[in-house]
Design a protein around this ligand. Structure first.
Ligand SMILES: Nc1ncnc2c1ncn2[C@@H]1O[C@H](COP(=O)(O)OP(=O)(O)OP(=O)(O)O)[C@@H](O)[C@H]1O
Ligand SMILES: [Mg+2]
Length: 415
């Protein structure tokens, strides 16, 4: 997906703005408060229907206006799409694609994959597992068409089990057929989501490795996947609920252990992501695990294991990256992981992502900025970066960046 043209109306200080974009690097230069981040927010709105900045959604609409609108002309697989998004002060939202209203916002997100690279991206390494889980889900969602429906079904079964945990009388918990039914479903969906995540990560790590070599990153990075439950394989080769604290490490798991890698249609690029294989042994073990956990979950009031507790742990030379790396190194690693996702999406599905790189100059040192700019240029992604002055343009390879200037919410013609 390439965004060729952007029209923004009433997003923060941008009353009416038009911008033509190149399919690689686009740099927006302006002083503090000129509206740079607002332009990036507008692109994010167009894809996701919300901003990436914290704060009230109504704060996005220009003071005095009743609604904000973003309109984009995009090219996907040689076809042109017009995509529109409107949000009113009353909270009403509408996506339109080629003039037709869209019921599913996720279809627009799929058409227009957007990633934000900014001051908070480092949280991907530094903070708890939630952001990394979201990061993983973003990647799987875009690469595997079956992910969204599977996810929605998993959420339903999880919500239902949690509701039962809140409502049920403790004495009835062991023989509740309703529990068993939701747990069976939760187990099936968890096993399928797990399969998709593992397959995704098998493709992701080598792309990240390549990028880190290009960036001359000084340590060896490994991404460890924990599925959100603890099961073990017993002597007879059967999966059984395992002791708490012992997780299955997918990255280290031998090929074939999940029983998925030799499923032919799963590996076939034409059907890749459209079929979701089910590892029956795992689903069975999880059904038993959820039943075993009922008592403990009842005490806590929620389901403590399942697809929703999956985690990525990032290690640098074998140590937790958040403890071992410098802050600057964490930033570079976080940005590299984000770019690796876009690169992988391009390799697997031939689709280009848009990177919104806010305050790039403030985040990284000169050589890392140059490294990231080269990376973004080579990674088959489109980028809209912001900076306080034109100097940032020099970090991009010759001829690969177009600079526009913004002042008081008005963009002057590019050069
Ligand atoms: N709802 C709104 N209506 C009108 N103006 C707004 C609204 N919300 C924010 N603003 C103003 O929009 C301007 C642009 O903000 P933005 O964050 O886009 O600037 P920026 O160019 O990214 O600045 P910086 O370099 O400081 O990050 C700010 O001056 C802000 O006060
Ligand atoms: Mg800004």
């Amino acid at each position: 997906m390439i965004l060729e043209r952007l029209q923004i109306a009433n997003v923060r200080n941008l009353e009416r703005v038009e911008l033509d974009l190149t399919d690689r690097g686009n740099l927006l230069v302006g002083a503090n408060g000129s509206g740079k981040t607002s332009v990036l927010e507008a692109v994010h709105l167009l894809s996701m229907g919300r901003s990436f900045r914290p704060g009230r959604a109504s704060g996005l609409i220009r003071y005095g206006a009743s609604e904000c609108t973003v309109f984009g002309v995009a090219r996907v697989d040689g076809f042109q799409y017009s995509i529109g998004f409107t949000r009113g002060r009353d909270g009403a939202r509408e996506f339109r694609v080629n003039g037709e209203s869209q019921r599913l916002a996720s279809e627009v997100a799929r058409l227009l994959p957007v990633q934000v690279l900014g001051p908070r991206t480092v949280d991907l390494i530094q903070e708890g597992p939630d952001l990394r889980r979201r990061f993983l889900n973003w990647g799987v969602f875009h690469v595997k068409p079956a992910f969204r429906a599977e996810w929605a079904a998993a959420e339903r079964s999880l919500r239902s089990r949690n509701r039962l945990l809140r409502e049920i009388d403790g004495a009835r918990i062991a023989d509740s057929a309703e529990f068993a039914s939701w747990e069976w479903q939760l187990a099936q969906h968890s096993a399928r989501l797990d399969a998709m995540r593992r397959d995704y990560l098998r493709g992701f790590q080598p792309v990240l490795d390549r990028i880190l070599v290009d960036l001359q990153f000084p340590t060896t990075i490994s991404i460890e996947y924990h599925p959100g439950w603890t099961v073990e394989v017993d002597e007879a080769g059967t999966m059984v609920p395992g002791g708490v604290g012992r997780a299955v490490d997918a990255a280290a798991a031998p090929e074939g252990e999940t029983g998925l890698s030799d499923t032919p249609d799963y590996r076939d690029p034409d059907t890749r992501g459209r079929t979701v294989p089910l590892d029956g042994r795992l689903a069975e073990a999880l059904t038993r695990l959820f039943a075993d956990c009922r008592g403990a979950d009842l005490q806590r009031g929620y389901t403590t294991m399942g697809y929703h507790r999956a985690e990525l742990r990032v290690r640098a030379d074998g140590h937790p990256a958040a403890d071992y790396l410098s802050r600057g190194q964490m930033k570079v690693l976080a940005w590299a992981m984000m770019v690796a996702q876009g690169q992988l999406l391009h390799e697997v599905a031939g689709r280009s992502s848009i990177y919104l790189a806010d305050e790039m100059g403030a985040e990284l040192d000169e050589s890392n900025i140059r490294g990231i700019c080269h990376l973004l240029t080579q990674a088959n992604v489109q980028c809209i970066a912001t900076g306080l002055d034109d100097g940032l343009a020099r970090s991009w390879p010759e001829g690969s960046i177009r600079t526009s200037h913004i002042e008081g919410g008005i963009i002057s013609p590019s050069r």
